[in-house]
Design a protein around this ligand. Structure first.
Ligand SMILES: Nc1nc2c(ncn2[C@@H]2O[C@H](COP(=O)(O)OP(=O)(O)OP(=O)(O)O)[C@@H](O)[C@H]2O)c(=O)[nH]1
Ligand SMILES: [Mg+2]
Length: 421
């Protein structure tokens, strides 16, 4: 473990724009992956007819990912810069795997948006930016990648930059301070060293931009909230739930409760990066062990919190949503899947209470019959299975969600009020 402050950084963007290649390159440049490993990957990639994927293979470990040359699940890796200790969350860009991207983005504080210079803003560029904003990503660094493919053209770079600026404006991402960098993940331009190929560019290179990200402020006064991502059985230890601490701290000896599974016990051990620790806090990815809690008692989507201040379980909740895309209209009774932290639960939009003016947030219409793409609204939502979620005004980290249906993100939003079970 490093003493430097920690950052969770998501890498987002459209399929094949070079996210995994960029992460592989970053790990290589920071000395986290030795050259001979990249060389092995190069040989494997060439055997599979996927020459050029050697850096992506650092992140894409699944056989199917390597055969298809796409990222399917989110993958985590660690590296250091001068200022920070980073956990990188490499997200899949393919539209079939946006649900995994949502989990990735909800684990991150800041993000690098990768946009290929030869392709520009593409459908999942939009979708990821929209989700990143709604899921609480603070800062975006925009890496205009594959500059080698466009002969390091300043004009092309400026066109892509302008496209992205418009997109950020459309989804109201606070965008004045976003950093844009022309890079080639594959060739290594402007990643760790300034490139001679882009002598027209004088801004920060990628590692400099990562170093100058603002330090994330852990919300220290909120109670422990730890969404469970997976539950393992490890010999010699027993049941080990893993996840990222969103708020609060977790210490051995704590009495905890898992909701909505409604089981609990005393924390025996807490591990980070395969080492036992005395205490873990916001942003830490932990594995832990709780006396008396077995593998079948808890599941992904549960939230762990203090036994005397347990995570809320919603009978219904009121939320403010923004509709990103829907082929027709949304009316009361609609039941898509809500993705909140690590949970995925079908929820019915029981009523559409108010339509809002998306620019000002003021009420434009009470009890509208329907809402459609581009609309913002306050709705009442009833989960079809128990769901732990919190008002975003109290615990923002546990108060946002994405709404998906028909393989795409329909809407995203934040929780205003929870009516507990
Ligand atoms: N020429 C060139 N090719 C690149 C660059 N970055 C990535 N590529 C190539 O683009 C292809 C896709 O790269 P990936 O890193 O797998 O893309 P990705 O964004 O992770 O894709 P998904 O995870 O499936 O969304 C591979 O063939 C890479 O070698 C670059 O800077 N220049
Ligand atoms: Mg990838």
């Amino acid at each position: 473990m490093s003493d430097k402050p920690h950052q969770n950084l998501a890498i987002i963007g459209h399929v094949d724009h070079g996210k995994s290649t960029l992460v592989g390159r970053l790990l290589f440049e920071t000395g986290s992956v030795p050259e001979h490993v990249i060389e092995q990957h190069r040989e494997e990639a060439e055997e599979k007819g996927k020459g050029g994927f050697e850096f992506a293979y650092v992140m894409d470990n699944l056989a199917e990912e390597r055969e298809r040359g796409v990222t399917i699940d989110i993958a985590h890796q660690e590296f250091d810069t001068d200022e920070y200790y980073f956990t990188i969350v490499d997200c899949p860009g393919h539209r079939d795997f946006v649900k995994n991207m949502i989990t990735g983005a909800s684990q991150a504080d800041n993000a690098v948006l990768v946009v290929a210079a030869d392709d520009g803003v593409a459908p999942q560029t939009r979708e990821h930016v929209f989700l990143a904003r709604t899921l609480g990503i603070n800062e975006l660094i925009i890496a205009v990648n594959k500059m080698d493919v466009v002969d390091y053209s300043e004009d092309t770079y400026n066109e892509v930059k302008e496209e992205v600026q418009q997109l950020l404006k459309q989804v109201r991402f606070r965008s004045d301070d976003a950093t844009y960098i022309p890079i080639s993940a594959f060739e290594g331009d402007n990643i760790a060293e300034r490139s001679d190929n882009t002598d027209w560019y004088s801004g920060e290179i990628l590692l400099e931009a990562l170093n100058s990200l603002p330090e994330t402020e852990p919300p220290t006064d909120a109670p422990l909230r730890l969404p469970i991502q997976d539950v393992y059985t490890i010999s010699g230890i027993g049941t080990v739930p893993v996840g990222r601490i969103e708020t609060g701290t977790l210490n051995p000896g704590n009495n905890v409760s898992f909701q909505p599974s409604d089981v609990g016990g005393e924390v025996k051990t807490v591990e980070m990066h395969h080492e036992e620790v005395d205490s873990a806090g916001p942003g830490d990815n932990v594995g832990f062990n709780v006396r008396g809690v077995g593998k079948d008692d808890i599941r992904r989507g549960d939230v762990c919190g203090p036994a005397d201040d347990p995570p809320s379980v919603a009978e219904t909740f009121k939320a403010q949503i923004v509709v990103m895309q829907h082929p027709s209209v949304i009316t009361a009774g609609y039941t898509p899947v809500f993705h909140a932290h690590t949970a995925q639960v079908a929820c019915t939009i029981e009523s559409i209470d108010q339509k809002l003016d998306p620019a000002s947030g003021e009420v434009a219409e009470e009890n509208p019959d329907f809402i459609k793409s581009g609309d913002a609204a306050v709705v009442t939502v009833r989960p079809q299975k128990p769901l732990s979620i919190e008002p975003s005004g109290e615990i923002p980290e546990l108060g946002s969600f994405a709404v998906r249906d028909m393989g795409q993100t329909i809407a995203a939003g934040k929780v205003l009020e929870v009516n507990e079970r």
